[in-house]
Design a protein around this ligand. Sequence first.
Ligand code: RP5
Length: 160
Amino acid sequence: MSAPVAIVMGSQSDWPTMKCAAEVLGELGVAHDCRIVSAHRTPDRMADFAHGAHGEGFKVIIAGAGGAAHLPGMIAAMTHLPVLGVPVKSSMLSGHDSLLSIVQMPGGVPVGTLAIGEAGAKNAGLLAAAILATSDEALTTRLKEWRQGQTDAVAERPVD
Ligand code: RP5
């Protein structure tokens, strides 16, 4: 069976951020396929991926990019699958450019935009799992256990 989640990113340099999505999906036992797909440098690869994503068996796409971050929006324009956008922290503008490039889509072409950086990537993984869990009872159980584990890990008092 093919992986239900695609994690795509504009550059190798996005991987330290986007691997946070891959890690949490791994913890939840959700198969995922990670690829470099650049809207600017490999536009044909991006189009082939987006047009073929449903046929490949993907159910959710997580797309991360930085700077003039067109990737999530361009993919969303070419597939009906849900696209979760992760603004990667850029060196010049700390990801504000990435965030605005991804979040401000015109009505009709949605990208579910997460926070800038690693927290956004981690939450994109969790959100992808939650979407898949709506039709997967076993995954629902694993997701609830993961959330409970997070809750249990919070101490009542701080320590030195
Ligand atoms: C974007 O440009 C990528 O998503 C990356 O965040 C940014 C910089 O890419 P590199 O110059 O590091 O390859 O397309």
